[in-house]
Ligand binder design. Sequence first.
Ligand SMILES: C[S@@+](CC[C@H](N)C(=O)[O-])C[C@H]1O[C@@H](n2cnc3c(N)ncnc32)[C@H](O)[C@@H]1O
Length: 297
Amino acid sequence: MPSSIHQAVLVEETMLVLNVRPGGWYVDGTLGGATHTQELLRRSAPTGRVLSLDVDPKALERAQDHLTSESERWSGVEGNFRQMAELAHARKFFPVDGVLLDLGFSSDELADRQKGLSFLENGSLDMRFGPKANEDGLTAADIVNSWPHNDLEKMLRNFGEERYAGRIASAIIEARQVSRIVGTLDLTAVVKKAVPASYEHGRIHPATRTFQALRIAVNDELEALKQAIDGAREILKPGGRIAIISFHSLEDRIVKHAFRSAEDLEIITKKPMTPSLQELIHNPRARSAKLRAATKK
Ligand SMILES: C[S@@+](CC[C@H](N)C(=O)[O-])C[C@H]1O[C@@H](n2cnc3c(N)ncnc32)[C@H](O)[C@@H]1O
């Protein structure tokens, strides 16, 4: 398996808010390219331990290739972070000193045409991060080819904050009556045709919000995030920390409200931390990253 091309964001800031220290136990709920996991292992050495989860089996394969020397202190598990508490309990990996979630997808996944996460390259309209991303095997192709207009519109509005949700839903239905929509570029073309020309010259690509909405729906991302925060609260020891990096306002809002309403959490980051100018210059993908952290009372 070739090594990861993903560039992790806010690594130093995350380690700081998690207060990573020698001997600590940490759960990385989103292994991805494993940079955060490796940093957790380094800073918790020589006896600290890390349990890393990812729904994408390819992320685990990649990490296993270069974390073999850490086999005593590291476990990688293919699993959904919504089941973090069960997965940790099953491995007697609790109570823990810190939990990290770095949400969304990695650059490796974006480049994977079988996943079909990119609206710029041809791929199959799947969008699941991995086989365990949802329970019923729902794919983006299933959604665009079978959901009624109302449900499509609601999904585009709620998960994509797409102002042309109604027009795009109508265009999807019209297109699928001619032939099944199977490729990412087929969907991109449908969206482009449905929105006003001015939208095409806007700040973001006209298909950005449609793809975001489908991805969130397929992976049930918002519910998974809420469950992961509950799971983390269950396995954290008093004084343990939780850190979450989000990339869009829907996720950030959930994290902010969940931290505020949890009686057993004390917020560390009154305002979310964002990447430094230096990081933004080296990694433009970091521009929308927001880090929030809290301590378990
Ligand atoms: C932004 S990447 C993480 C990058 C990582 N922190 C690093 O250092 O490279 C997000 C990862 O989370 C995984 N993921 C997304 N939703 C998940 C879920 N519900 N459960 C477990 N992993 C998930 C994705 O498959 C992806 O590999």
